[in-house]
Design a binder for this molecule. Structure first.
Ligand SMILES: Cc1ncc(COP(=O)(O)O)c(C=O)c1O
Length: 401
């Protein structure tokens, strides 16, 4: 196989820029390093309700897909927010408040600088999970929060964000229009935008967001113990989750890290296209995908700084794999049921697409001895879509984890 393979179901690009023996360098450490990971872990572990999310073994699924073992980090259990995004958006808010008030995060959380915190307004545009996380972080600390929603965001998602005390600004138009409006209003009013993606000149806050996400892999590396996985499949929108998973593995385990594959939908392929072209590039897809949270047209440059040489492979998959993976989780067979949403299951969807393609399997060494790590990045964050796909509501699935 050359470095690229393409079918209707699966496109695979092997990353020839990834030298597995290369050290984790300054470019990567500027985004995520041991110190920033430790600070995020210490801070987040002190929040009310913190507990590591479970690492779940799926022996039945491993048998079905012809690998030795599959373990999955269950981020639907992250605080009360049902997605890993809780870590990034809320941590970004705390770091902003620390910077703006000059107080420690401990003092902010203890309510010792209430008046100063109440004078800060954070805002962001979102189509769901990130806005919920920013609203939650602002509510935890007592700051004001305004969340911009475009016209396609469901009322269910709006209600979930408003429940955390955020003011909602509904914008005519699409996601990009809501991003523009949030930026304009922030500038006019002295508010602070909390974005999960970066652009030149706006890097500090999105780096904090990504550092918050590293708590997932920090916990996972402890839970995995000596049984290190041979493969990681991690889904990507702008690449924040993927860089926060791969960065720590690269920094701590070096060449012994798992073979890391970044998974995107065919129609939202900005990271895949960047890998193919060897530089940051826009996706070529329509952005219309059932994996709605992965629908990003441009990668985050900070994420790309880690992924461009840290990921071993990039794949895009057809949309049908996502409902298939959701159903496999919901009707879990001998593994028992798990509630995982459309974007949350994309790592498994990518593994299923690869497992069904003998050439692709061979190209990435996905044989009978493979020990695979996945991240279920969300639960049923949009309950009506979940029910439509699964045929019953999330609370009727019978998950006991
Ligand atoms: C559930 C879920 N999974 C994965 C992602 C992808 O994360 P990123 O955009 O950082 O690549 C998102 C992003 O919003 C998400 O909400």
């Amino acid at each position: 196989m050359t470095h690229q393979s393409i079918s209707a179901d699966l496109r695979l690009h092997l990353n020839w820029r990834c030298d597995r023996n290369a050290p984790y360098g300054d470019q990567q450490k500027a985004v995520i390093d041991t110190e920033s990971r430790q600070m995020a872990r210490r801070t987040i572990a002190a929040w009310p309700g913190y507990a590591p999310t479970p690492l779940v073994d799926l022996p039945g699924l491993a048998k079905e897909l012809g690998v030795a073992r599959i373990r999955i980090k269950h981020e639907a259990k992250r605080f009360t927010l049902k997605s890993f995004k809780a870590l990034g958006g809320a941590y970004g808010v705390m770091r902003i408040l620390q910077r703006e008030t000059g107080a420690s995060i401990d003092d902010i959380m203890a309510g010792k600088v209430k008046d100063k915190v109440a004078g800060v307004t954070v805002c962001c545009a979102t189509d769901g999970n990130h806005g919920r996380a920013v609203a939650w972080g602002a509510q935890l600390a007592g700051a004001r929060c305004v969340i911009y929603l475009h016209s396609h965001v469901s009322e269910g998602r709006e209600a979930a964000i408003a429940a955390y005390g955020a003011e909602i600004a509904r914008i005519d138009g699409n996601y990009d229009d809501s991003v523009r409006q949030a930026a304009e209003d922030a500038k006019a009013n002295g508010w602070i935008v909390v974005s999960d993606t970066s652009w030149p000149g706006y890097e500090e806050i999105p780096a904090w967001v990504k550092q918050g996400y590293t708590v997932i892999m920090g916990e996972a590396m402890e839970q995995l113990g000596d049984d290190r996985p041979s493969h990681l499949f991690v889904q990507a929108g702008v690449g924040g989750l993927a860089c926060a998973a791969i960065g720590p593995l690269w920094e701590d385990w070096g060449a012994d890290r798992p073979f890391c594959t970044v998974v995107e939908p065919h129609e939202a392929d900005c990271i895949y296209q960047s890998a193919v072209q060897g530089q940051m590039a826009n996706g070529l897809g329509s952005l219309d995908t059932v994996m709605a949270c992965l629908s990003a047209g441009e990668a985050s440059p900070l994420a790309w700084a880690i992924l461009q040489t840290g990921a071993d492979a990039f794949i895009t998959i057809d949309d049908h794999f996502s409902p298939g993976a959701m159903r496999r989780f919901a009707y879990g067979g001998e593994d028992g049921p798990m509630v995982v949403g459309e974007s949350g299951c994309a790592g498994l969807a990518g593994l299923m697409a690869m497992a069904a393609d003998p050439l692709a399997r061979e190209a990435v060494g996905l044989g009978p001895d493979a020990d695979v790590l996945l991240i279920a990045s969300e639960g049923a964050t949009d309950p009506s879509i979940y029910e439509e796909i699964i045929g019953k509501p999330a609370d009727a699935v019978g998950e006991t984890i």
